[in-house]
Design a protein around this ligand. Structure first.
Ligand SMILES: Nc1nc2c(ncn2[C@@H]2O[C@H](COP(=O)(O)OP(=O)(O)OP(=O)(O)O)[C@@H](O)[C@H]2O)c(=O)[nH]1
Ligand SMILES: [Mg+2]
Length: 225
């Protein structure tokens, strides 16, 4: 597993090139077997749809370094196993120090949607702090004629659980931006949360502070959400 501290240790010319630690955000991807967790993480980290996948055993790690407002951030994606027998010994590790959770269902399989309740209960049962962002992903939207979970139903569920909903396809290359948006949105939120924490720690007691949304060079908000 590539979970090192990131960044480069200072070399002989470290006075010219200051040591900058790359932050790592651990994002776990959870849901029934066969919903496409491996394909989604593959699409985000590798940019392609795998020809063939096998059921994940335990967990597979993938990572991608992204740049948000000038900061390089390592998004470490934990592609978890959906099958009980392949995950039971790993569950504690999935949730330990997690920064964000992605719940995935298959839009062509209603049971994968109704089972979300169980996945959320498992997550809640591991004392994941409320500040840890969660998003809902309906995958396999390319299979238009087979859709069983209407968007309206998914939206209602997402709202009730205070989650953003992404409907996407790991397979369709035209949807790849949507897949990226899932993880970029989480990375942006995490970065913003942590900046807020830093400012709170740095600020003087009793001094009111207001956070402004960040903007890129064109004046647009640079967060994809
Ligand atoms: N049509 C279509 N098929 C997909 C999509 N994503 C995944 N699949 C297919 O769905 C099957 C399961 O995909 P995986 O990514 O292995 O599923 P998983 O959720 O990782 O399953 P486990 O590892 O067992 O938990 C494979 O046959 C994929 O090719 C998609 O967006 N569209
Ligand atoms: Mg898998």
């Amino acid at each position: 597993m590539a979970a090192g501290g990131g960044g480069r240790p200072p070399g002989p010319d470290s006075s010219l090139e200051p040591y900058v630690q790359t932050r790592i955000f651990k994002i776990i991807v959870i849901g029934d077997s066969n919903v496409g967790k491996t394909c989604l993480t593959f699409r985000f980290c590798g940019g392609t749809f795998p020809d063939k996948t096998e059921a994940t055993i335990g967990v597979d790690f993938r990572e991608k370094t992204v740049e948000i407002e000038g900061e390089r951030i390592k998004v470490q994606v934990w592609d978890t196993a959906g099958q009980e027998r392949f995950r039971k010994s790993m569950v504690e590790h999935y949730y330990r120090n997690v920064h964000a959770v992605v719940f995935v269902y298959d839009v062509t399989k209603m049971t994968s949607f109704t089972n979300l309740k169980m996945w959320i209960e498992e997550c809640n049962g591991h004392a994941v702090p409320p500040l840890v962002p969660r998003v809902l992903v309906g995958n396999k939207c390319d299979l238009k004629d087979l859709i069983q979970v209407p968007s309206s139903m998914a939206l209602k569920f997402a709202d009730a659980h205070n989650m953003l909903l992404f409907e996407t396809s790991a397979k369709d290359p035209k949807e790849s931006q949507n897949v990226d948006a899932i993880f970029m949105c989480l990375a942006c939120r995490l970065k913003a949360q942590r900046s807020l924490l830093c400012r709170d720690l740095e600020g003087r007691p009793g001094q009111a502070r207001r956070l402004e949304p960040s903007h890129d060079a064109n004046g647009k908000n640079s967060c994809p959400c």
